[in-house]
Design a protein around this ligand. Structure first.
Ligand SMILES: NC(=O)c1ccc[n+]([C@@H]2O[C@H](COP(=O)([O-])OP(=O)(O)OC[C@H]3O[C@@H](n4cnc5c(N)ncnc54)[C@H](OP(=O)(O)O)[C@@H]3O)[C@@H](O)[C@H]2O)c1
Length: 281
């Protein structure tokens, strides 16, 4: 496994497994199988309503706590809940998380960020992050944070490489974790001729070439999957390296087009919604 060093000196694996839209049983299976086959990074969120299942998957993997890097996110409904971090840890069955994000720039997100800073100081979050903070939101947060985040998690893939945002990230050495790294499974992206051609050259699938591109861009990738063969393939991407010319060819695909367009109305809805957390057994 390759690791990336964060601006606080911590290390994070460059490949992990995402669990967005995975029902609890699928999340539990994917996490257990991924950890058993060599993954160590797992990404979940309050809003995925599978943190308990992720916790079960981690336990069933048999790995020690210090062998896994667990990332989760507080949802806006939790930003003003003083017990949000403790409740999140309880659901995961952990004493600390390796990375804690605020999920959306919605509701009282500054209160949410203050919770992250507090959790960081108390050792309950070894690193902290922001998710979906682009443009004016990161500009405002930048003037208010006491502790700069280690990570930002945003949509990123060869069609949308976050060029503008990366200028701010470079200033603070904030690492980018890509969501929708495979375009949420978009066949158009997976069938791009350049990925098919490079896949044939290196004996890899187009998806593996795309994931390798992310890591060579300096991004951490967390492809989601409930297919064990895909989970295995997605880890098997560090025994080849794309050349500078190949990276340049892939850069031509950046059309500034994203899959997900969030509106101000949606941010209001996010602030008003509270996940129906899985009950404790
Ligand atoms: N912060 C946020 O707001 C936010 C938003 C979205 C996602 N995320 C995070 O980012 C993670 C990744 O995003 P995502 O899961 O939505 O999208 P993704 O990783 O881009 O794509 C997942 C899709 O690709 C397919 N897939 C996975 N590996 C494949 C392979 N090797 N070959 C072909 N198809 C493959 C999966 O199907 P199979 O199950 O059949 O493999 C699934 O349909 C999430 O799981 C979540 O942790 C965060």
């Amino acid at each position: 496994m390759e690791f990336i060093t964060l601006n606080n000196g911590s290390k994070c694996p460059v490949i992990g497994i995402g669990t967005f839209m995975l029902a609890p049983s699928d999340a539990q299976n994917s996490v257990r199988e991924a950890l058993k086959m060599g993954y160590s990074l797992v990404d979940t969120a309050n809003a995925y309503v599978n943190e308990r299942a992720v916790g079960r998957g981690i336990k069933e993997s048999g790995l020690r706590r210090d062998e896994v890097f667990i990332s989760t996110k507080l949802w806006p409904s939790e930003y003003e809940n003083p017990n949000a971090v403790e409740e999140t840890l309880e659901r995961l069955g952990l004493d600390y998380v390796d990375l804690l994000y605020i999920h959306q720039p919605a509701g009282n997100w500054l209160a949410g960020y203050r919770q992250l800073e507090k959790a960081y100081k108390e050792g309950k979050a070894k690193s902290i992050g922001i998710s979906n903070f682009e443009g004016k939101y990161i500009a405002e947060l930048e003037t208010k944070w006491e502790i700069a985040p280690q990570f930002i998690q945003v949509e990123a893939h060869p069609y949308y490489t976050q060029k503008e945002l990366r200028k701010t990230l470079d200033k603070y050495d904030i690492k980018l974790m890509s969501w929708y790294p495979l375009g949420h499974g978009d066949k158009g992206l997976l069938k791009e001729p350049v990925f098919v051609e490079l896949g044939e050259k290196y004996g890899k699938s187009p998806a593996q070439v795309i994931l390798r591109w992310h890591t060579q861009m300096g991004f951490v990738v967390i492809p989601g999957s409930k297919n064990v063969d895909h989970i295995k393939d997605n880890l098997d991407i560090i025994d080849f390296k794309l050349t500078d010319d190949e990276m340049d060819r892939i850069a031509q695909l950046d059309k500034g087009e994203r899959y997900y367009h969030r509106t101000d109305e949606q941010l209001k809805q996010f602030a008003a919604w509270r996940p129906s957390f899985e009950p404790a057994n």
